[in-house]
Design a protein around this ligand. Structure first.
Ligand SMILES: [Ca+2]
Length: 172
């Protein structure tokens, strides 16, 4: 396709120029990341879709319903985030096994904590054969079972920054 609408070129040119003027020259006062006084900060483009939060706070009690495998990472029944999910367990759990669903194309790190102290880590994923949420089951390390945990912090080891958890069930 070479017959682009002329307006598209104008828009592109304006965007490129805007990017140029925002790039500070080495040694210029703005190079340390501070904005010049009075410089307007433009809002991010809004395509009408609410962006997922960086961090979410979840309760185990609200994660009991298993969404179908393949549910989209932002669909009903999924809890999307981009960096970290904190799951409050409501009480200390000396769990032996867990079942949970996660967006399939990421590798997740689940850090079990009691208070702010880490007691053990479980890593799951990815499961490339599934598109959307996939279910995992895991036996928990003895440290977690013996010490107990009241919080799980979920982050990604690798992935696309589009993270999601569906359900979580612990078994003692
Ligand atoms: Ca993902």
């Amino acid at each position: 396709m070479t017959d682009r609408h002329p307006l598209a070129l104008i828009v592109l040119t304006v965007l490129v120029c805007a990017a140029c003027t925002r790039t500070p020259l080495p040694g210029s006062p703005a190079a340390d990341g501070t904005s010049a006084p009075g410089e307007a900060v433009e809002p991010p483009p809004n395509d009408g879709i609410e962006p997922p939060p960086k961090e979410v706070d979840l309760e185990l009690a609200n994660l009991g319903t298993k969404p179908a495998d393949g549910t989209g990472w932002q669909d009903d029944g999924a809890h999307p985030f981009t960096e970290m999910a904190t799951i409050r367990l409501g009480r200390p759990w000396k769990a032996k096994t867990m079942e949970l669903s996660l967006d399939a194309n990421d590798a997740y790190r689940l850090e079990f904590r009691t208070g702010v102290t880490a007691v053990g880590v479980v890593e799951v994923g990815p499961k490339e054969a599934v598109d959307g949420l996939a279910t995992y089951t895991a036996e928990l390390p003895l440290d977690i079972t013996e010490t107990g945990a009241d919080t799980i912090v979920v982050t990604a080891k690798t992935g696309d920054g589009a993270l999601s958890i569906g359900h979580l069930v612990l078994t003692e």
